[in-house]
Design a protein around this ligand. Sequence first.
Ligand code: COA
Length: 344
Amino acid sequence: MEENKLSITNAYIHSMAYYLPKKVLTNEELNRDFPEWSEEKIFKKTGIKVRHIADETETVAELSYEAGKLLLEKNKMDPSEIDFIILCTQSPDYFLPTTACLVQEKLGVSKNCGAVDVNQGCSGFIYALTLGKSLINAGTAKNVLLFMADTYTKHINKLDKSTRTIFGDGASAVLLKGGAPDVRIGEFVLRTDGKGADNLIKPAGGMKIPYSQEALEDKVDKFGNVRKAVDLYMNGPKIFEFAMENVPILVGEILEKNNMKFEEIDHFVLHQANKYMLVKLQRQMKIPSEKFCINMENVGNTVSATIPIALEIAENQKEIKKGDKILIAGFGVGYSWGGTIITL
Ligand SMILES: CC(C)(COP(=O)(O)OP(=O)(O)OC[C@H]1O[C@@H](n2cnc3c(N)ncnc32)[C@H](O)[C@@H]1OP(=O)(O)O)[C@@H](O)C(=O)NCCC(=O)NCCS
């Protein structure tokens, strides 16, 4: 009886798809806007050549719909089979209703479906995955569709080179099912420290500092970056410090919680924040290059979507094989961080 329950409910990642807007922003264009940063310098600092930029009509609901459609087509799956949608974003179409409700309708998923938004950024895939796994393992849902989707570039001032060089838009869709014969989504380590809230923030436009004439005024910081209070602000060095201090500890805790040794991991897929920082983390943790995934050169930092996008690229390039043990870890805005070990 117990065994039977486990076989129905044991959650696993069934398949993934992602969608990127057609419009791109290259380092050449950035150099034209910011002549003090050469193309080479931008690449060296970020590891990014191309970011994808959502146009006015491409909202998170639209991008999620495209990713979801690809995923359903790939699996020849009827939308009515989905019984729960979790959509993770920090650039929703509206404050309300939730973007998950919009996507349910657009994708043609039946009304017999739960749908919620999760407001989480760089750790978003980890949080969506832990919630989806819990729904399946509790027997609440059978087919959970996760969306990690963001259009951060809509939060960014065109004259702020500190953020424009790093972030790109995109959506990933991940289907979770139950019934895996073995554990394919391991134990989670989840961490939070709201003291870091001010280091990656869109200060105005919410309820605390509403839209106002003042919030819409351009201000120049000491580095010459221009921002309004309603635009995204990132303290790059502080985020860097936070990641360098906490990610290696996190990785150790994930291994310990899953009773695994460092050498047993086949791939480390961390949040693709920027290559510069990833390489420093890799070196600090002494992760061999062939086990360390960096797939962001032609994508950019797509916030909550980076891990599933990097996983899918690696899977498509046959770098990741069925049965490989993959340690995933997200970290950033919040501060929020966490991770687990998965098998695709
Ligand atoms: C943004 C980041 C790459 C800047 O690196 P840094 O070494 O801290 O940069 P500094 O601000 O001290 O500047 C060092 C040099 O790099 C340059 N630089 C900084 N960011 C750059 C960029 N995106 N492109 C090109 N050059 C950049 C600076 O102008 C400076 O140049 P100089 O030496 O000629 O004066 C780094 O702080 C970082 O990785 N932060 C994490 C941010 C992040 O990934 N956020 C995503 C959310 S998780």
